[in-house]
Each structure stands twice: as C-alpha cells, then as structure tokens.
Design a protein around this ligand. Structure first.
Ligand SMILES: [Zn+2]
Length: 416
C-alpha cells in the first residue's frame, strides 16, 4: 500500500510489547502493556492485545515506554559557534544543515520540535517543516516561528555583530505599531506557525541587556493583537521581571527563558495559563563556558552579573504550579546536550514526573496538538523507549534507544 500523500505517518501494523509505560500524564508508571500501532496511530493499548496477523512484534519488555519527547525551543539553522560565517550561507544550505541536526536529534527521542527563529532573510525552517511534515525527508515533525521580531538594538537585532558596510539582512527589526504590524503579517504570509519575539535583551546578543525590556507596551500590544487576529500564538523571549509581566499581560502563550522572573510574575503566569519554557540546561552550559573562559565576550558581563539570579528564578519556577514546557535553545549549544534538560529540571526542583510531562503532554498542549504527547488509542504513534525507570532515575531519559515517529521506526535498540 503506498504511503498516504502529505503525511509522514508510517503504514502497516506492529505491536510494541512494553515492560512499563508512562502515558504522558499518569503519576505512576503502568506495568507491562501491549500497544498496537496501525498506519501511524495507536490502535489499541491494553495489558495484552490480540496480535494482528503479519504484524511485526517489537520486544520492549525490558524498557520503559513514553510518548515521544517534544523540544519546544530549538534553532536548527543557528550555530552559536559560527554566527558570523553562517550569515553568508544560503537559505537552502541552512535548511539542509537543519535537516541533519533534526534527524540526529530524533535519535535521542525528540519526535516533535518547535523552531523559534532563524537569522536568514528567507524562511528556511518553513521549507524544512514542509519537507519533514510531508514525509519527503525522514525526521521529527516541526512547528516553526520564522524569525525573532525585535526592536532596533533588541535581542533579535544582530547587526551589532557586523561592520555597518556589510548591511546583511539577518535581523527582523521594527519599531512602532506600523512596522511591527507589517512584520507579523509577513511572518504569517510566509507560513510561520508561531510569532516569536523578544521583549528583553539576551546574553549572547551584543548591545542589549536581558534585565531591560525592549518593547514599549503599545508595541507589545500591537504585536500580540496582530498575531491574534491572524490566529497565531506568540512565544516571547524574555528576561527582566517587568518584561515577563508585560508578555503575560498582552497574552503571550509562552515565556521563553524568563531569566529573571519573580514571584509575582510566576503567579500572573499561573493565573493566566501562560506556559514557561525555562531552558535550564542552557544556564548550565553558560556557567561551564563562563568558568572555562569560553563564553562570548558580549555575554560575559551580563551573565556574570545575573547567573545567580537566573538560578534563583528557575528554582521559584520549579517550586510553583506554573505550566512548564520542555525547551532547550539547542543551536545555542550542541543538540547532543538537549536531552540533559530533563536532568537540569530535576536538579532545579521539578519532580521527574513533572519534567516528563513537560516534554510530553504539557508541551503538546502548548503546541495545541491533542494528537501528541500522550499514549492512548487514537493518538499519533510517537513512542520512545529506554532501559531503566525515569521516575526514580531521570538520567534514564538519556538512554533512549527506541524511537518511533508517526508509526515509523527511527531507531531500534539493536542500532549502533
Ligand atoms: Zn532561542
């Protein structure tokens, strides 16, 4: 039977014989379970099921099975180590590099990624998403925000890296209502799923400060109102406590990093239902780089001043009831470390159960994808398996050796 057009879902039937199952929600692992996967979906899930004729039977009886992991904050076309050189690469080259990173990342168990922005005048991640989601190339499914909409001299204004004579179109910058409206409309027209913006400075960018808001209220208001009118959710890179609160007040769906959020901001986010994507492993990476003397010069003064404050804010987030989604910012550090966010979350005070939900059911809810993040009949067959029990040892998540995306097996325990 030919694969259905316009979908990467696998065809055929198989049975997963699971030792234990985290279904994406339940507070405890369920014991031995059998899952029937048919044409990319979970057809049945019981203690034992009838094995359909001709179905491949996969023995995962020594493993814990979980919904595929979702990383809601990556940059497949940005490599912090070579930001300068990359701006001279074509959009096609960036899409191809992004494809190989996405495929590598899938092997760690990440079956869905949200890419939050490229430094490219065109839309390479939109093209990559379309190729992946249509099944023209193998890899995880992708949700994208094309660019980081930014004020002049804000976090997304990367012109500070280059001499003015270069005049490279690598930033998506606007000021005031009229320009911002145009930027949002352009993202929509070219196929972004999300609007990404920065309303405070960042650490790796030059000429800005994470402890300072960069949009005025009227600018943030017009950005979110235009996005809402076009049916697009908004993800906000944010830092300063005041900037976090601004993003919540104007209806951001997710706060990215929220480096310096305070207790009042966390309470506002909890009340408003705003998701926080705290990118905790990145802070660990930056701490190591600071100690090793390899943190980029423009980041050193800001990160030296703020790192304790960031860790304190992360502990406040972990101690609250706010909705936390798994996101890493990979691209800013190697994709091979993205799986360590689980361990960083638990080190900051999240329970393993909450960290696992952050990467499955809660992340799916953030993306408004009720077919993902949960193992149940009718859901997408995005499934991973790992030896060990991640509820008692969160590091088990770094030992995933079986990955299925939409019913297609991307990695088997026997693979090298
Ligand atoms: Zn980012």
């Amino acid at each position: 039977m030919p694969a259905p057009r316009g979908t990467a879902d696998g065809v055929g039937t198989c049975v997963l014989v699971c030792g234990a199952v985290f279904d994406g929600v339940a507070e405890e692992l369920s014991g031995p379970t059998e899952i029937v996967v048919r044409d990319g979906r979970i057809a049945a899930m019981e203690r034992t099921v009838e094995h359909p004729d001709g179905a491949e039977v996969l023995d995962l009886s020594e493993r814990t099975v979980s919904p595929g992991f979702i990383d809601t904050h990556v940059h497949l076309t940005m490599d912090a180590a070579t930001l300068g050189r990359q701006t001279l690469a074509s959009s096609a080259a960036k899409a191809l590099t992004g494809l190989s990173l996405a495929q590598e990342y899938l092997r760690y168990g990440f079956t869905t990624l949200r890419d939050l922005g490229t430094m490219d005048p065109e839309f390479p991640t939109v093209d990559l998403r379309d190729a992946l989601n249509a099944g023209h190339v193998a890899g995880p499914r992708l949700v994208v925000a094309g660019h980081v909409l930014s004020s002049t001299a804000g976090h997304g204004d990367v012109r500070g890296f280059y001499a003015p004579r270069w005049d490279l179109p690598v930033s998506t910058v606007g000021d005031g209502a009229e320009e911002i409206r145009r930027l949002v409309r352009r993202e929509h027209a070219y196929g972004s799923d999300w609007i990404k913006t920065a309303n405070a400075g960042g650490y790796f960018s030059a000429g800005d400060d994470p402890a300072r808001p960069t949009w005025f209220d009227d600018e943030m208001q017009v950005l979110t109102a235009t996005a809402a009118q076009l049916g697009m959710p908004v993800a906000v890179h944010t830092g300063a406590a005041a900037a976090c609160k601004q993003a919540i007040r104007f209806g951001a769906r997710s706060l990215e990093h929220a480096y310096l959020i305070d207790e009042e901001g966390i309470e506002m986010a909890t009340h408003a239902g705003t998701y926080v994507v705290p990118t905790m492993q990145m802070t660990q990476e930056d701490l190591q780089a600071l100690a090793a003397g390899t943190l980029p010069g423009q980041a050193v003064w800001k990160f030296s001043r703020d790192n304790q404050h960031i860790l304190d804010s992360q502990r406040l987030v972990a101690a609250s009831d706010v909705k936390i989604a798994y996101g890493t910012d990979c691209g800013m550090f190697p994709f091979s470390h993205g799986i360590l966010e689980f361990q960083a979350m638990v080190a900051a005070g999240l329970s393993p159960h909450r960290a696992l939900k952050a990467a499955t059911s809660v992340a799916a809810e953030l993306l408004e994808r009720d077919d993902l993040g949960v193992l149940a009949p009718g859901k997408c067959a995005d499934v991973v398996a790992m030896p060990g029990d991640p509820f008692s040892d969160i590091a088990a998540t770094a030992r995933v050796d079986f990955v299925m995306r939409g019913g297609t097996i991307a990695r088997r325990p026997s693979d090298p």
